[in-house]
Design a protein around this ligand. Structure first.
Ligand SMILES: Nc1nc2c(ncn2[C@@H]2O[C@H](COP(=O)(O)OP(=O)(O)OP(=O)(O)O)[C@@H](O)[C@H]2O)c(=O)[nH]1
Ligand SMILES: O=C([O-])CC(=O)C(=O)O
Ligand SMILES: [Mn+2]
Length: 588
């Protein structure tokens, strides 16, 4: 039992824990305090039962590999539900179940599921512990792996419990790995009760409930009624040679480049001139208007749960620097001397054992699962911004939307105004990735990169976004980017990674009114001359496709966007419908 200083404010927490224990019948209950001693004991236990494997202590001190169940390697969108009283409140963008039915279904699964196991109670805070923008939760789980990850990803333990005692409210997250049976797996959200029930998976966004379940699905619902935004966005700071820092928030779908952009290292010419990029967050952003009318953002997380494949000294040196020690790797391969290995690591080593623990055979499967991940504290990142701990958050100068689009969509364009910006976000499309189970490479609409994460009807969500355009507001400029445009040979036309700073510099120039652009019906596009392209070679095809605008293709795209928005029926805000019609009309 958690003892509050006067015992009373924690009564609802103690009652809930007792209720859950009566249902799940664990052998033991452990209240997590977040201490090093607690973590060491858990790690020792997991090394003992094979949940963790110790990696090479010389090269990767205090780092571990976890191999998940082969059927439990990604988020499961088809098993993820939003359970609101009225189905229309969850919207066509979510799977829905009536709350009573969902509770009954889940409680039957949880009945006695922790017999023989320890039940861990994890109090956590999403965001700096002293920030008014932060929110607390408690996750109950029977997975020590979840505890170890939540310890890195959130502010977990005693300080969070103290804040919960002060506030009296928290999000209730109940999780059990169950038997890891994909047929008995559900991730249920009850936004009207600030509650989550997740059963049958131990993986990432399904099981670390502070992350997608709380900080996006429940928080987006809460944010709507409280006047803020909970988004699937990275936050970075760009410091120019004059020492001014602008903060940018960017929404890209899962495995589409948030971690990479958040940790960007400027190309050499920029570095020499004094440019620097600061990492505030790599996955989730909570934003609220400040007294001066600007949007202020915090990163609710304390660590990174990043995609391993493709991470190298060349593509993301900051991420690699984070992974030197104290990291948990999930589903990567290992070398003969027990160092972590994944496709694209490019460090001259070779894998010996694949992610399933079998001898590596490239004809059989890749060494690392395409959605293999690392968990590491944000404090380990050389570019981690001191402002990430600022309880007031950082002021946002630009919001960027982007996806994987092999064709049509140019490198970058700027929205005309806020309403157009909301349409740009609402009409985003991207090719699917390995971050969720299902087919990879299929183009789908993924508004604001929130398709899997918005805890309520997208039509209401777009209306909420539009509502920030008030008379006193000083809103960020809105842009759209596409790092993934391909040429006729199927190769990416834009070098990407560090060179993306060239595009960010143009955005800051637009914010300051110094950079040029060409107006088109889809927005303002830079000409190739408006971007600093010194030191990179782009052929004619690249210049044409990255900086051009294809009227016929966009005309067809806007018809498709119109059809998509119409699918939300009369709840769709008229201002957005009008904006779509205006642009479709000017393209006709
Ligand atoms: N071509 C190209 N690929 C990129 C670029 N940036 C990132 N990627 C690729 O995008 C994939 C993963 O991107 P991440 O940055 O880890 O993804 P994320 O958006 O943080 O994803 P989640 O953690 O799943 O939300 C890897 O395959 C990278 O190689 C880029 O600028 N150009
Ligand atoms: O939630 C996860 O498992 C990882 C993640 O960031 C995403 O899929 O967007
Ligand atoms: Mn994500």
């Amino acid at each position: 039992m958690a003892k509050g200083s006067d015992g009373s404010r924690l009564a609802n927490l103690n009652e809930w824990v007792a209720e859950v224990a009566a249902l799940t019948r664990p052998d033991r209950i452990h209240w997590c305090d977040g201490s090093d001693a607690e973590n060491e004991a858990l790690v020792a236990q997991m090394l003992g039962d094979g949940t963790l494997v110790r990696l090479n202590e010389q090269t990767h001190p205090n780092s571990f590999l976890h191999r998940s169940d082969p059927d439990d390697v990604a988020r499961v969108e088809h098993l993820t539900f939003v359970c609101t009283d009225d189905q229309n409140d969850a919207g066509p963008n979510n799977h829905w179940m009536a709350p009573d039915e969902a509770h009954a279904k889940m409680d039957a699964l949880f009945d006695g599921c922790m017999a023989g196991r320890t039940m861990y109670v994890i109090p956590y805070c999403m965001g700096p512990i002293d920030s008014p923008l932060s929110r607390c939760g408690v996750e109950i789980t029977d997975s020590p792996y979840v505890v170890a990850n939540m310890r890195i990803m959130t502010r977990m333990g005693a300080p969070a419990l103290a804040r919960i005692e002060k506030e009296g409210t928290f999000v209730k997250g109940l999780h059990s790995t169950g038997e890891l049976d994909p047929d008995r797996r559900f991730i249920m959200h009850f936004p009207e009760e600030l509650a989550i029930k997740s059963f049958g998976s131990g993986y990432g966004g399904n099981a670390l409930l502070g992350k997608k379940c709380h900080a996006l699905r429940i928080a987006s619902h809460q944010a709507r009624s409280e006047g803020w935004l909970a988004e699937h966005m990275l936050i970075l700071g760009i410091e120019n040679p004059q020492g001014e820092t602008h903060y940018i928030a960017a929404a890209f779908p899962s495995a589409c480049g948030k971690t990479n952009l958040a940790m960007l290292i400027p190309p050499e010419g920029y570095r020499n001139a004094g440019w620097k990029v600061w990492t505030v967050g790599d996955d989730i952003c909570w934003m609220r208007p400040g007294k001066d009318g600007r949007l202020y953002a915090i990163n609710p997380e304390a660590g990174f749960f990043g995609v391993a494949p493709g991470t190298s000294k060349k593509s993301n040196p900051n991420a690699l620097a984070c992974l030197q020690r104290d990291a948990i790797f999930t589903n990567v391969g290992v070398t003969a001397d027990n160092q972590p290995w994944w496709e694209g690591l490019d460090n001259g080593q070779q894998p010996a054992i694949d992610w399933r623990g079998e001898p590596y055979d490239p004809a059989k499967r890749p060494a690392a699962h395409p959605n293999s991940r690392f968990t590491v504290s944000a404090k380990a990142c050389p570019s981690y911004s001191p402002e990430a701990e600022n309880p007031a958050g950082v002021p946002i100068s630009a919001i960027v939307f982007g996806g994987r689009r092999a064709s049509l969509v140019p490198l970058v364009f700027e929205a005309r105004d806020w309403t157009h910006g909301v349409l740009v976000g609402a009409s985003m499309g991207s090719e699917t990735t390995a971050a969720a189970t299902g087919a990879v490479g299929v183009m789908r609409r993924d508004p604001m990169a929130m398709k899997p994460f918005c805890g309520y009807n997208f039509a209401d969500y777009f209306a909420h976004w539009l509502s920030f355009d008030t008379p006193g507001a000083k809103l960020p400029k809105v842009f759209h980017v596409n790092w993934f445009r391909k040429g006729d040979d199927g190769k990416f036309l834009w070098p990407g990674f560090g060179d993306n700073l060239r595009v960010l510099e143009w955005m800051i120039g637009r914010v300051n009114g110094t950079a040029g652009a060409v107006e088109t019906p889809i927005g303002a596009l830079p000409s190739a001359d408006d971007l600093n392209l010194d030191g990179i070679e782009l052929g004619d095809e690249a210049l044409c496709k990255l900086f051009g605008y294809e009227r016929d293709g966009w005309s067809a795209e806007f018809q498709a966007i119109g059809d998509y928005l119409a699918g939300y029926g009369p709840r769709m805000p008229q201002a957005l419908v009008d904006e779509q019609r205006r642009i479709a009309g000017s393209l006709a």
